[in-house]
Ligand binder design. Structure first.
Ligand code: PHE
Ligand code: CA
Ligand code: ZN
Ligand code: ZN
Ligand code: ZN
Length: 278
């Protein structure tokens, strides 16, 4: 897999910060900053040759949006690897770590697929979900829109929600051993030890897919929980402090990003996409 430029990911995060600032300070479901975030991502994917679709859903009397992007080269959609992240923020802030980080990381990996003209043996589909913060609403609405047959065509769903927490942990979802190993091997090659997190279970969009019987995986750098002594030694972090002290707060802005974690984790997404779609 190619090395993804962390500068490109940071540029996308700055754009998302600007989108929030131009729209009342957030990118939340039902607010103009969310739709503007969708438009920003969609434009880049369209220019790179993806087939994009915006799926609308209703939640709380407000229209929500999912962005789905299919890569036209490669194998049959009967065997699809999906990669997703939620693009909405809470209403308190710009949501740059949660989840600009996952959204921008997945975007740059998708753009790398296009740049390399990848022709994987499986089909690749990327997604940016709406209204995750309202209870995984967008991803659930997407899964519910599929027939049983279409659900079966999804080989694996990979989820990225918070990948650049300032006091970063390196957590790998343990839902599926084979997918977990793909990530663990990658981190091992970077001399980074990984852990599983009880924070992950059912708490992001992978749960919508897992509930429908799809194989899932992903990575996570930690939210509001406290880093332990042992983890602080492993990861050069701060024991007794949250992984992200700005979690769901106004200060989750462009300064709330651990660039090393952003770099390593984005390259990890690329590694998994190349490996699992080949
Ligand atoms: N889904 C949570 C949020 O957006 C954060 C989270 C991400 C929790 C990944 C667990 C795993 O606030
Ligand atoms: Ca990189
Ligand atoms: Zn959140
Ligand atoms: Zn999140
Ligand atoms: Zn709601």
């Amino acid at each position: 897999a190619p090395d993804i430029s962390v500068d490109s990911v940071q540029k996308d995060l700055k754009e998302l910060q600007s989108v929030a600032e131009a729209n009342g300070g957030n990118r939340a479901h039902g607010e103009p900053g969310f739709k503007a975030s969708i438009d920003f991502i969609k434009k880049k994917l369209d220019a790179a040759g993806f087939k994009t679709k915006v799926q609308e859903f209703d939640h709380g009397g407000t229209t929500g949006y999912n962005l789905v992007a299919d890569w036209p080269k490669g194998g049959s959609a009967d065997n699809t690897v999906m990669v997703g992240s939620h693009l909405d923020s809470v209403s308190d802030g710009a949501g740059i770590n949660d989840n600009g980080s996952g959204s921008a990381g997945v975007l740059e990996v998708a753009l790398a697929v296009a740049k390399e003209k990848l022709e994987p043996s499986k089909h690749l589909r990327f997604a940016w979900w709406g209204a995750e913060e309202e209870g995984l609403v967008g991803s659930q609405s997407y899964v519910q829109s599929l027939s049983q047959d279409e659900v079966k065509k999804i080989n694996t769903y990979l989820n990225f929600d918070m990948i650049a927490s300032p006091n970063a942990g390196y957590f790998v979802y343990d839902d599926d051993a084979a997918v977990q190993k793909v990530f663990k091997d990658y981190y091992k090659s970077k001399d980074i030890t990984t852990a599983t997190s009880p924070e992950v279970q059912g708490r992001s969009d992978h749960a919508s897919f897992k509930d429908a019987g799809v194989t899932v995986g992903g990575t996570f750098s930690g939210a509001g929980e406290t880093m332990t002594e042992e983890q602080a030694k492993q990861w050069n972090g701060k024991a007794g402090e949250p992984y992200d002290s700005c979690y769901h707060s106004e200060c989750d802005d462009i300064s709330n990003i651990n660039e090393k974690a952003l770099d390593v984790n984005t390259d990890g997404i690329a590694h998994a996409v190349w490996e699992l779609s080949s």
